[in-house]
Write a protein that binds this ligand. Structure first.
Ligand SMILES: *Cc1c(COP(=O)(O)O)cnc(C)c1O
Length: 414
C-alpha cells in the first residue's frame, strides 16, 4: 500500500491512515501517497495490461493491495469524438467522456466503489447518505454488492429513477421535504442514534479518490497527455477536485507528456466548472474572488446533481479552477432540455441535464472567444439522460391502428 497519511485540506493537519476518518474542523481530508515509491513500482505502460476498470490504478487508490475491492466493473468510460456537434459549435476537436455508461448510469459509481470498498475494509457495516439522486442509487448498489446496510435520504422531488434504483437495491430510502443540505442534517444527527457512517460527498475521504480516476483515465486514453479544456458540471465538487488531484499526482510522478518538451509536459487543462443559473454558489464565489461560497438561497434546477446550495469542498473547487486558469460559469436553466435533445440528436449520446448546462456554457465561451476553435475540449457526460424522465415533457403523436395511417403527416414531422 502506498498511502502514507491523510491531510486536512484546510490546515494541513496529518492523520494516520488505516482507521475510520471523516473531516477535520468541518473540512475535507486529502489522501496522500508515497509517490516516489509508486513511481518505482509502476510505469504508465503497465496499466494497459491490467483489468478494464478503475482498479487498474491500484497504486494510486487507498485500498490495500491484498484486499478485494467491492466492484461492479466501473471505470474506463469511452472518450467519444463529436464531429457534428463540434461543427455546429465551430470546434474542430470536441469530445464527450461518457460516464453515463458506468454502473448505475453515472460517474457516482466511481466514488462509491472506492468509498464502499474502504468502508468494508475498515469494518463499517451501516452506511447513510444524503443525496441529490445519483449518489444514493450508487451507494445502494455498492452497499448491496458488499452486503451492507444502507440508508438513503433524498429531496422528495428527486428523479423517480433514483428512488427506484435505491429501493430495488434494498436501501432504506426516505424522501425529505427539503434539499440535499437538509438531508445532510438528518444524516448527521442520526450518527449517534443509529451508529451509521456518513458517506456524504467529501465528508469521508475516499469517494474523492474513486472520482480521481477520471483524471488518470483521460491521461491514459490520450497517451499520457491531457486536453486543453475540460468542462465539468459541478455540484458537491468531487469530480472537479478529484481530477485536479490526479493531474497533480501524475505531474509529480512525471507521467505526463513523457518524452515531450517540458512546456508540453507542464501544461494542465483549464477547468471550466459549470453550474445552472438556478443554483450557482461556486460561480458567485468565483466572480467575487472569494475562496468560500455562500449558501445559494432558493436553489432550483432540473439538473438534480447540481442542486447543491452549499458544499464543504467549496474552497478546494475554487482553488483548482483558479490554479488551472479556468472559470466557474452558470449555464441557463432554460437551455437544458433543448441541449439534451440537440446533443443526443447530433451524436447519439444521451447527455444528462447536468451536462446540458456545460454545452450552454461552452457555446457562450466559443462565442466570446475564450475557447479557441482548435483547442482540444472534453465535456464530461456525468450521467445517462435515461435517468431523468421528469426533465423532459414528452408530447409524442399517437397513431390509431384501426385507421388509415397518414404517411404524409409522418414525413412532415420534425
Ligand atoms: C453528482 C452529479 C454531478 C455533480 O458532481 P460533483 O462531483 O458532486 O460536483 C454532476 N452530474 C451528475 C449526473 C451527478 O450525479
Amino acid at each position: 500500500m502506498f498511502v502514507t497519511h491523510l491531510e486536512s485540506a484546510i490546515d494541513g493537519t496529518r492523520f494516520d491512515a488505516g482507521r475510520v476518518l471523516t473531516m477535520h474542523n468541518g473540512r475535507p481530508l486529502w489522501v496522500r501517497y508515497d509517490l516516489a515509491a509508486v513511481k518505482k513500482a509502476v510505469r504508465p505502460a503497465d496499466f494497459a495490461l491490467r483489468v478494464n476498470s478503475l482498479w487498474r490504478y491500484r497504486e494510486l487508490l487507498p485500498l490495500p493491495k491484498d484486499i478485494e475491492p467491492v466492484t461492479l466493473g466501473e471505470g474506463m468510460s469511452p472518450i467519444l469524438p463529436c464531429p457534428r456537434l463540434g461543427k455546429e459549435l465551430g470546434l474542430s476537436r470536441l469530445f464527450i467522456k461518457d460516464e453515463g455508461q458506468l454502473p448505475t448510469g453515472s460517474f457516482k459509481s466511481r466514488g462509491m466503489a472506492a468509498a464502499v470498498s474502504m468502508a468494508k475494509h475498515l469494518g463499517l457495516t451501516r452506511l447513510a447518505v444524503p443525496t441529490a439522486g445519483n449518489a444514493g442509487g450508487a451507494l445502494a448498489a455498492y452497499g448491496a454488492r458488499a452486503g451492507m446496510e444502507v440508508f438513503v435520504f433524498m429531496p422528495e422531488d428527486t428523479p423517480v429513477i433514483n428512488q427506484l434504483e435505491a429501493f430495488l437495491c434494498g436501501a432504506r430510502v426516505f424522501l425529505v421535504n427539503g434539499l440535499i443540505n437538509d438531508c445532510g442534517k438528518i444524516v448527521r444527527e442520526g450518527i449517534d442514534k443509529l451508529g451509521w457512517f456518513d458517506m456524504s460527498t467529501l465528508k469521508e475521504p475516499y469517494r474523492l479518490e474513486g472520482k480521481k480516476t477520471m483524471g488518470l483515465e483521460i491521461a491514459e486514453q490520450l497517451g499520457w497527455r491531457l486536453p486543453d479544456v475540460i468542462f465539468y458540471p459541478t455540484g458537491g465538487g468531487t469530480g472537479l477536485i478529484g481530477m485536479w488531484k490526479a493531474f497533480a499526482e501524475m505531474t509529480e510522478l512525471g507521467w505526463l507528456g513523457s518524452g515531450e518538451p517540458s512546456s508540453v509536459r507542464s501544461r494542465l487543462p483549464k477547468l471550466v466548472s459549470c453550474q445552472s443559473d438556478g443554483c450557482a454558489p461556486i460561480v458567485r464565489a468565483f466572480e467575487k474572488g472569494e475562496r468560500f461560497a455562500e449558501l445559494f438561497a432558493n436553489a432550483h434546477t432540473v439538473a438534480s446533481g447540481l442542486r447543491v446550495p452549499a458544499a464543504v469542498g467549496d474552497f478546494m473547487m475554487l482553488d483548482a479552477i483558479r490554479a488551472s486558469g479556468g472559470w466557474a460559469i452558470a449555464g441557463q436553466e432554460k437551455s437544458i432540455v433543448p441541449w439534451m435533445r440537440r446533443a443526443a440528436s447530433l451524436e447519439g449520446i444521451a447527455i444528462c441535464p447536468e451536462t446540458a448546462v456545460c454545452f450552454d456554457v461552452l457555446e457562450r465561451l466559443v462565442r466570446e472567444g475564450r475557447v479557441g476553435r482548435d483547442e482540444e475540449i472534453i465535456v464530461f457526460n456525468t450521467g445517462a439522460a435515461q435517468k431523468y424522465p421528469e426533465a423532459v415533457k414528452l408530447d409524442l403523436p399517437r397513431l390509431d391502428k384501426n385507421r388509415a395511417i397518414d404517411y404524409d403527416a409522418i414525413a412532415r414531422r420534425p
